[in-house]
Design a protein around this ligand. Sequence first.
Ligand SMILES: Cc1cc2nc3c(=O)[nH]c(=O)nc-3n(C[C@H](O)[C@H](O)[C@H](O)COP(=O)(O)OP(=O)(O)OC[C@H]3O[C@@H](n4cnc5c(N)ncnc54)[C@H](O)[C@@H]3O)c2cc1C
Length: 562
Amino acid sequence: MPDAPAAPAESRVPAEPAGLPDHVDAVIIGAGFSGLYMLHRLRDEMGMTARIFEAAGGVGGTWYWNRYPGARSDSDSYIYCYSFDRGLWEEWEWSERYPEQHEILACLEHVAERFGLNRDIEFSTRVTAATFDEAASRWTVTTDTGRSVTAQFVITAVGALSASNTPQFPGAGTFGGDSYHTGLWPHEGVDFTGQRVAVIGTGASAVQAVPLIARQAADLTVFQRTANYIVPARNGPVDPEVKRARKGDYAGIWGRVRSSSFGFELYFLEKGALESSDEEIERELMDRWNQGGVGIWLGSYGDIFFSDEANAKIRKFLNERIREKVHDPQTAALLTPKGYPFGCKRNPLDSGYYETFNLPHVHLVDVKANPIAEITPTGLRLTDGTEYEFDAIVYATGFDAMTGPLNKIDVRGRDGQVLRDKWSDGPRTYLGLMSAGYPNLFMITGPQSPSVLSNMPVSIEQHVEFIARIIGAVRDRGAQAIEPESQAEDAWVAHNQELAQASLFPTADTWYMGANIPGKPRVFMPYLGLVGPYRQKCDEVAAAGFEGFEFTGSTDKEGALA
Ligand SMILES: Cc1cc2nc3c(=O)[nH]c(=O)nc-3n(C[C@H](O)[C@H](O)[C@H](O)COP(=O)(O)OP(=O)(O)OC[C@H]3O[C@@H](n4cnc5c(N)ncnc54)[C@H](O)[C@@H]3O)c2cc1C
């Protein structure tokens, strides 16, 4: 399976035939939530010239690529969106509690239209390299279409979950049926009616797709390596009264989510699970279970992330729910997670996932005990020799998260140092925004920022606005460039590791840890210091004259000529 196929021809936006710039103030890589807002900010509010390169045939990022059945956000729609334009937020109507892929895509397409962004985007164009020229203090960005553009600033808006991961099973190319990756789904959709289908993987995408594929397929086999803790989504239309109240509380809602722990209107209970009785815990968790959403995970007991004893209380509750939902005790046992704490792996939301395994034509196979040995021309074979035949295989095998999309670009900074080499033992950044030795190169929701441990539009907007502020400071000071001081970077890396090590997160083999990618360093990648405090930290850094950053070029930090 190709890693990232070119966009289908019919969905490509034609590139401008001529007059493409050779130099811009800023190149932005990616046209999802991050890149679109970054372009608007730099071009329309700061008067800079800017250009987006986007591998896809249109805007949308995640929501352009992930069109598998059931694809939708697990964040509530009223906060899974931009807040920077109040009018946009108030006008846009979401049909349900969680927005479906096509609705999010439509919203982002509308944003591109509303702000006239498309004219500065080159679609179907993948950035392959970015090289810093120290003498000129300029980046040269090159693409797979042969374009080469210079820019003072480069902003990577490449997404934390945009490099799809397909395990390299022996014989993968020999399969005679159809293969799909959830993250590279065909735009025309797939009809599985009457087919024998395999789904490999049981992460968040599989949890959304499996119930819908099961409705069409004649026979569905799900190959599970690691069972997930899954809580109900309870999707549906939002009460019009609730909607009205929200529309009238723009400032309150966004004030709360920006200062929250994870970018949701959710708060940990004052008492930890360890200080609560079993009855209290049962009551609290059942309340959240009935409400649906990420509340059990990111809005119940804070100590579950630090104490295995506290965590076990939540696990007990969730395991009981699985046994209630899944009729066959053996299947229920297999679907019951083991060997890692709840909440330390991305917690998917369920709309009928467990119940799907009660259907006679749906089967669950444990590939931890008996791994997939090879893909065959007719299906696949397990290590013990068991063979399966399929018409279609769906890889729901996730992403090379966070560092993956950045490491696919040949980024060369000072002295030609390649970013992926610098990061060979794990990412090294200051504030998850920049890396020392790569002047004027910014990362939106990069590793060591809250990123995937948050409702991401909130973190994206904070990064875009902070990057714009930093770029504004470079320009105001008449400097050429800015980059982190290496001591500031060392301290930030150490701080990240300290927070992670104090938690249970590193005890789970997850994509947060790079554990899904063979050979990837095992380092916890997102910042655990929480959304509100992280924002405050960035504001303090700015207020202290961008402490930890070094301005280079014609002036020194105080603005005097250097
Ligand atoms: C299935 C799924 C469900 C999700 N659900 C949620 C959720 O419930 N809540 C939440 O907060 N987040 C969720 N996310 C995370 C989601 O990625 C973010 O919320 C958000 O969409 C990220 O926006 P972005 O612009 O930063 O990155 P993306 O949307 O990933 O966009 C990055 C873009 O950069 C492009 N790109 C990458 N490399 C290059 C290159 N070298 N050259 C040119 N273009 C490049 C890609 O093609 C892509 O279009 C989900 C992700 C997935 C995959």
